[in-house]
Design a protein around this ligand. Structure first.
Ligand SMILES: *Cc1c(COP(=O)(O)O)cnc(C)c1O
Length: 355
């Protein structure tokens, strides 16, 4: 068994993988594979219904919101958010906290004026800007809850009088959120919810239909809502495995329980980085992510040999993003604390050897 610290597609619970593998051959004993049944079959309709029910239950989604499973990844949502929410001649506000936020911002420019209310670009995104004013006349305010590449995370969400749009790709279901604070939440499944291929969208119904713009059906949230995420053939397998993962999460006690575990996992790892003379963090302490723990070696020459040691111990996926370097340990929901212990032991062993 490997210790999978990869940033995405990320680790999935082992029992989910086993169940998914069995269903590829025979779904629930029906004599057909999950891969070869109609999306209009009773079996698949039950899977989609269960997936939506689990999202609503686990995140306590209030009335007046729709839950969609779409395709195209979070990157498609970068464009669909402004396409559906930003009227011609209107403006949209963005908090620039990294590469993903920046890509979202770029897509909005196709549809109207954009305002960057604050950025941490000058420090290579090592912190979350906090003192800013959200323009009340903007159509929405876009934020990225967890910056997967830099290892920063919004610990608190801004209070906004305009709809808050949030890319939660890398921390959805990792902590309790109040869905009612948001107009639109989206997340590619492959970090913390399931396999690549589907994107979760939670949208407040009454913010739609205000752009005066004609939107092709596949890009139109309203059309997708009316089609029940089945305007066309949905990504059946990705939805199925996401459903299994959400079921697993529920069986573990839900989001509150996993948040406690995630907090513990992050705390022991950051403690070790601070204690260990070989390593250091780069991000502002108050903004550190509980999902992607980024760190570097004090001495750049220690980088390669430490990666080698990790490899020997079955620790995979901890090389930092190419734009940041160093290391990134992604400690998503499905990663057991025992794997974090193995990483910490490797760090201690490395420090001992390099005294
Ligand atoms: C990975 C990631 C994305 C890109 O997701 P795709 O599904 O590949 O489009 C966007 N935002 C954040 C925060 C991410 O971590």
């Amino acid at each position: 068994m490997k210790h999978n610290f990869g940033a995405g597609p990320g680790i999935l619970p082992h029992e989910v993988l086993k169940q998914a593998a069995a269903s590829v051959v025979d779904l629930n004993g029906i004599g057909l594979s999950i891969l070869e049944i109609s999306h209009r079959s009773v079996e698949f309709e039950a899977i989609l219904e269960e997936a939506i029910k689990l999202v609503k239950e686990l995140l306590n989604v209030p009335e007046g919101y729709s839950v969609l499973f779409l395709q195209g990844g979070a990157s498609t949502q970068f464009a669909l958010a402004p396409y559906n929410l930003l009227p011609d001649g209107g403006k949209a506000a963005y908090l620039e906290t990294g590469v993903w936020a920046n890509k979202a911002l770029k897509e909005a420019k196709f549809f109207g004026e954009t305002v960057v209310v604050a950025t941490s670009k000058e420090s290579n995104f090592t912190y979350i800007p906090k003192d800013y004013v959200i323009p009340a006349d903007a159509a929405y305010f876009h934020i990225t809850s967890n910056n997967t590449i830099y290892g920063t995370q919004l610990q608190e969400f801004p209070i906004s009088s305009i709809p808050l749009v949030c890319d939660m790709s890398s921390d959805i279901f990792s902590r309790i959120i109040n869905v009612a604070d948001f107009g639109l939440i989206y997340a590619g499944a492959q970090k913390n919810m399931g396999p690549a291929g589907t994107t979760l969208v939670i949208v407040k119904d009454d913010i739609l239909g205000k752009t005066g713009r004609k939107i092709p059906a596949m890009f139109n949230y309203q059309a997708q809502i009316e089609g029940g995420s089945m305007y066309n053939t949905p990504p059946c397998f990705a939805i199925y495995v996401s459903m299994l993962t959400l079921k697993w999460l529920k069986s573990k006690g839900g989001v509150a329980a996993i948040e406690t575990e995630n907090t513990a996992k992050a705390a022991i790892l950051y403690d070790e980085i601070e204690r260990n003379p070989i390593f250091k963090t780069v991000c502002a302490k108050e903004d550190r992510s509980k999902m992607n723990v980024c760190f570097v070696t004090e001495n750049p020459e220690h980088e390669k040999p430490f990666l080698k040691l990790c490899d020997e111990k079955g620790i995979v996926g901890i090389k930092g993003h190419r734009s940041v370097g160093g290391f990134r340990a992604s400690i998503y929901n499905a990663l057991p604390i025992t794997s974090v212990h193995v990483l910490i032991e490797a760090m201690q062993e490395f420090a001992e050897k390099n005294k």
